[in-house]
Every structure is written in C-alpha cells, then in structure tokens.
Design a protein around this ligand. Structure first.
Ligand code: SF4
Length: 92
C-alpha cells in the first residue's frame, strides 16, 4: 500500500536515496536534498530544478507517486548495480 504525498517527500528519502540523489551524493541516507519548510519535507533537487525540468523530475523520481517508491524497487537496484560496475571499471 502506498500513501499519496502530493509532491512532498519524506520517509523513503530518509531511508533510501533515489537514483538522482545516489548519483550526486552516494548511497548514505538520509538524502541531503531533503528540505523542511511549510510543515513538510520537500525535494531540494526538484525545488532547484528549472521550471521546464520539474515535471520530468517529478515523473522520474516518482515524487507524488506514493510513499516508498525508492524502496524495494528492483529497477532502481539494477541501475545502481550498473552504476557501481561503471565506477569500478572507470577506476573510481
Ligand atoms: S526524491 Fe529528492 S529528496 Fe527524495 S531521495 Fe530523491 S533527491 Fe532526495
């Protein structure tokens, strides 16, 4: 079951970073992009995004899609495994 979040973020972002946050900050939660204002948490990457990119980010980050979208996400896990493999072959 998922709970609607109406564009805000919180629980899953404090436990698991989304792919965009992972590529920017690494794997360690909580996501440093979490911001608290107006009585709730918001995604800093989304807030700072150019207006034209906001819809794309909301869809790709599943913001507003429901709680725990980044958790138990097989597609996300496979993509992170690819990123780790690339880092290893690139010598990072
Ligand atoms: S959706 Fe935003 S706040 Fe949540 S993990 Fe991704 S970058 Fe961080």
């Amino acid at each position: 079951m998922s709970l609607p979040v109406s564009g805000a973020v919180s629980y899953c972002c404090s436990k698991v970073l989304c792919l965009l946050a992972y590529s920017k900050h690494g794997p360690k939660p909580p996501c440093p992009e979490l911001r608290y204002h107006d009585d709730r948490y918001w995604c800093g990457i989304l807030e700072d995004a150019p207006k034209a990119a906001k819809i794309q980010y909301m869809e790709s980050l599943a913001i507003g899609a429901g709680c725990s979208s980044s958790m138990c996400n097989t597609v996300r896990d496979l993509q992170i495994a690819k990123m780790k493999k690339k880092e290893t072959t690139d010598g990072k």
